[in-house]
Design a binder for this molecule. Structure first.
Ligand code: NI
Ligand code: MN
Length: 255
């Protein structure tokens, strides 16, 4: 009799645990704030990651004060000015560690900034989660023309969340490998501005390749070549039953 009661209790606990896990999986545990252009702040449980900070040079982002931004890590996809402009200022104030390709990390280490070098296909587990350095088709020189390594993107995995930041890139078949090799994505952060990167139509195909129906668009509207028609972009995504998010500068989403 007692054994039966015990086993009922174990089964009850087990079901309760599974339910609890389901709820935890759905709780927002990542806050992503758009800082203009391709710049993002990602707050995980107890760490803040900055992505490609180009803020002080962006007239549209004049309400963002780079001296107030938090950063434990700064992730840089490539060496172009519109992705690294504020790295030095922010890293020196916050003591943040730069995560990027070997050449970019070496460049910032030369300025006394801490860094963690990576290269394509590699992953590393940090105290906030695991970062995979992915392929991108683009270029990557520093503003002075010196070599900035090969451009890349990142998959960031924290507990229960996995997001992809493609960086500046063309549409590439390599994107198909990401869900296969790394796993299912909760969000894909893709450029949609065209001219220097893929545009809205290619981002829709990328989202198919990635098996991820939720896209946060970046790299649009900052300058003339990349101004987009928002209404048309939303309509194109809606037509194929995919979600496009374009945030106001300073606005956030929770995942
Ligand atoms: Ni670029
Ligand atoms: Mn760019």
């Amino acid at each position: 009799m007692e054994t039966t009661e015990n086993s009922f209790f174990v089964v009850f606990l087990w079901i309760y645990f599974i339910k609890l896990q389901g709820i935890t999986n759905k709780l927002p545990i990542m806050k992503i704030t758009f800082l203009g252009h391709s710049s993002l702040s990602i707050e995980t449980k107890d760490k803040t990651l900055l992505i490609d900070p180009f803020i002080s040079g962006n007239e549209l982002a004049k309400n963002i004060d780079i001296n107030k931004l938090r950063a434990d890590y700064i992730l840089i996809t490539h060496a172009h000015q519109d992705h690294i402009l504020d790295v030095e200022t922010i890293a020196k104030r916050t003591g943040a560690t730069v995560i990027s390709n070997f050449e970019i990390v070496t460049y910032f280490e030369g300025k006394g900034i801490k860094g963690h070098p990576m290269n394509h296909g590699g992953k590393w587990t940090f105290d906030f989660g695991t970062v995979h350095y992915t392929n991108a088709i683009h270029s990557s020189s520093f503003p002075d023309g010196s070599y900035g390594g090969q451009p890349g993107g990142f998959v960031i995995e924290t507990s229960h969340r996995r997001i992809y930041i493609s960086g500046d890139t063309a549409l590439t078949y390599d994107m198909k490998l990401i869900p296969q090799v790394i796993g299912e994505l909760d969000l894909a952060i893709l450029p949609v501005g065209d001219n220097f990167t893929m545009g809205v139509d290619e981002a829709i195909i990328a989202s198919k390749f990635l098996g991820c129906n939720k896209v946060l668009g970046v790299h649009f509207d900052t300058f003339g070549y990349i101004k987009i028609d928002h209404k048309e972009a939303f309509e194109k995504f809606a037509k194929v039953k995919k979600e496009l998010i374009l945030l106001e500068i300073g606005a956030s989403i929770k995942l």
